[in-house]
Design a binder for this molecule. Structure first.
Ligand code: SAJ
Length: 436
């Protein structure tokens, strides 16, 4: 039975402005609205604001459409282009990195500056975007400069301030966002203890997990450490798969055997690591502590190398096939059963492969999209988005890049006679024995 805690001193009538209606902001805004709060969803992209205003969603995430529809219909969620006064502001905008892999905080800074004019005494400002250590303090300084009339809190200085500020990283898994938003524990790092306690009251409105308080620097590094931990562990699996290719061993059989040891739990190798989180966040640690973060950097490099290794395997196979024979890549998203192509190793593989197959056409199957992403559309005229059926009809070589459910359901008979490069190890052992 999930615990339900309505905190005594957080009013259900409090108003919240969520800045950035993406994969985290929109679910957070609609869940807050579903708990009775009055929520303003703010986004600079007119298409996003129009879509949400109609009660629709612009991203694919299980259960999200129903929650957004209900929130908008009830009148508790409104989408707008610019912030308006509210009691609480939650910043959920992206933090990409520059070409040198140092973090780009420009969206977070722009969000902070956009709320500064409407801030008033007693407001709570929460930063949820993944950020390098020290960002919450930097954002507080930025707001302090924009609003010299307000007393902004300073880290670890427990003196009264006019607003409260905290860092509370999102840690939900794409594909399970709605469930994890409610069930996961939250780490809440205040600029001061009073800030953390104020933020906790807000999260307790919808979080059934525990809300654990700390300071903002620890919370910032905690988020980066979680994703780096996963990246390092996936890199171990990916490195093993490279070693297996070199030594002629089936990586998935090896891993399933090793995992029978009670203290071994090796993750799954794949075509590389994608998404806007695990493929990005470890670099924020590397850029803050380059001398110390050796393992974290190496893991990133191992995972970033994997797509090129896959391309090499495909080219090797293609060289053995008759001229004119076709190859189909199955899956473009960064992981199974979602439409998110951000930092996707599959897109990188298709892009590189298309450039290197000289005049041959490359078939791509991605059931979650209706058009190729701009990078492929622009640079790769030989790439064609086709149905799974057409790919099976036309291609001699199948390159399985994403373990979508629809690909898992493919029968052994359908695979008969095809050459297969299965980067996810999802097809049966019998098919795998034919794998190259
Ligand atoms: N992957 C593998 N092998 C595995 C597991 C994953 O190759 O065994 C690949 C996936 O195919 C994908 C990438 O890693 O390309 C990342 O996928 P993921 O499912 O591990 O994680 P994300 O990026 O969808 O979400 C992560 C989560 N972080 C952790 O599990 C520590 C999530 O909880 C975070 O909230 C999210 O990053 C985020 O927003 O930071």
């Amino acid at each position: 039975m999930p615990r339900k805690r309505w905190p005594l001193n957080t009013s259900k009538h409090e108003s919240v402005a969520v800045i950035g209606l993406g994969y985290i902001g929109l679910p957070t805004a609609s869940i807050l609205a579903s708990r009775g709060l009055s929520v303003l969803g703010v986004d600079v992209v007119p298409h996003v604001v129009d879509t949400v205003s109609r009660g629709d969603v612009h991203i694919v995430e299980p259960e999200l459409d129903a929650i957004v529809k209900a929130a908008v219909t009830s009148g508790r969620l409104k989408a707008v282009l610019k912030p308006q006064p509210a009691d609480v502001f939650i910043i959920t905008v992206p933090t990409p990195f520059f070409a040198d892999r140092s973090p780009d905080l420009s969206y977070v800074e722009a969000a902070a500056l956009s709320i500064a004019p409407v801030l008033k005494k007693g407001n709570l400002v929460i930063l949820e975007s993944t950020c390098p250590v020290g960002s919450t303090e930097q954002i507080a300084e930025l707001i302090a400069k924009a609003r010299p009339d307000l007393k902004i809190p300073k880290r670890a200085q427990e003196i009264p301030s006019d607003i409260f500020m905290a860092y509370c990283p999102e840690r939900v898994l794409p594909g399970k966002i709605i469930r994890e938003l409610v069930e996961n524990d939250r780490v809440i790092g205040g600029l001061t203890r009073a800030c953390a306690e104020r933020a906790k009251k807000l999260y307790q409105v919808f979080v059934n997990g525990e809300c654990v308080l700390t300071d903002c620097r620890t919370a910032e590094l905690c988020k980066l450490s979680e994703n780096s931990f996963r990246d390092v562990n996936i890199a171990f699996a990916n490195e093993l798969s490279l070693i297996c290719d070199r030594l002629g061993v089936d990586a998935w059989e090896l891993i399933s055997l090793a995992n029978r040891h009670p203290r071994v739990k090796i993750l799954n190798p794949g075509p590389g690591v994608g998404g806007h989180c695990i493929a990005v966040d470890p670099w924020f640690i590397v850029s803050s502590a380059p001398q110390e973060a050796k393992l974290i950097r190496t893991a990133r490099e191992v995972n970033d190398y994997k797509p090129h290794h896959v391309v090499g395997k495909v080219l090797e196979q293609l060289n053995q096939l008759a001229v004119g024979s076709k190859v189909a890549c199955l899956g473009l998203s960064f992981k199974a059963d979602i439409d998110d192509l951000r930092e996707s190793p599959s897109v990188e593989i298709v892009h590189e492969l298309a450039q290197r197959i000289e005049g041959r056409s490359l078939l791509v199957v991605e059931p979650h999209i209706t058009a190729l992403p701009p990078a492929l559309e622009k640079d790769c005229p030989n790439v064609k988005l086709v149905s799974l059926e057409d790919a099976f009809l036309d291609a001699e070589l199948l390159v399985l890049l994403v373990d979508h459910k629809v690909f898992r359901l493919v029968s052994k008979e359908t695979l008969e006679g095809k050459r297969i490069i299965d980067t996810r190890g999802i097809w049966s052992a019998t098919s795998r024995s034919k794998q190259v």
